[in-house]
Design a protein around this ligand. Structure first.
Ligand code: AMP
Ligand code: ZN
Length: 106
């Protein structure tokens, strides 16, 4: 999507701190961290939110959790939270699906 900030980061049109990239996803640092470690796992496919997940997107959604788990392991985080805000009333501000990885550990 042309006007999506996360699509622009994925396409490297604007800068973002990449911690991981694979065929289906990237991981960036949240620009305004709400925890010691605050990462965002983004699918490369532009899906606005959980509400718009389509048949066949299960793989992408599962992959995001697996990427978070592997990265948390790699970073040695002892514990963490995974969060998805869904819709404006669910606290979502950026309408490109993303999984927050939050940890009090760094
Ligand atoms: P949400 O409220 O779930 O939509 O979360 C959006 C998150 O994106 C917030 O935690 C913001 O701090 C973060 N954010 C907004 N713009 C950027 C950006 N350019 N790079 C990295 N994170 C961003
Ligand atoms: Zn997008």
């Amino acid at each position: 999507m042309d006007d999506c900030i996360f699509c622009k980061i994925i396409k490297k049109e604007i800068s973002g701190e990449f911690l991981h990239e694979d065929e289906h996803s990237i991981v960036i640092k949240d620009l305004y961290p709400k925890a010691k470690t605050h990462l965002l796992i983004l699918p490369k496919k532009h899906i606005p939110s959980v509400i718009e997940l389509e048949e066949g997107d299960e793989k992408i959604a599962g992959h995001m959790i697996k990427v978070a788990k592997d990265l948390a392991e790699k970073l040695g985080l002892k514990g963490y939270k995974l969060q998805i805000n869904v819709g404006k009333d669910g606290g979502q501000e950026v309408f490109h699906l993303h999984l927050h990885l939050l940890s009090t550990f760094a």
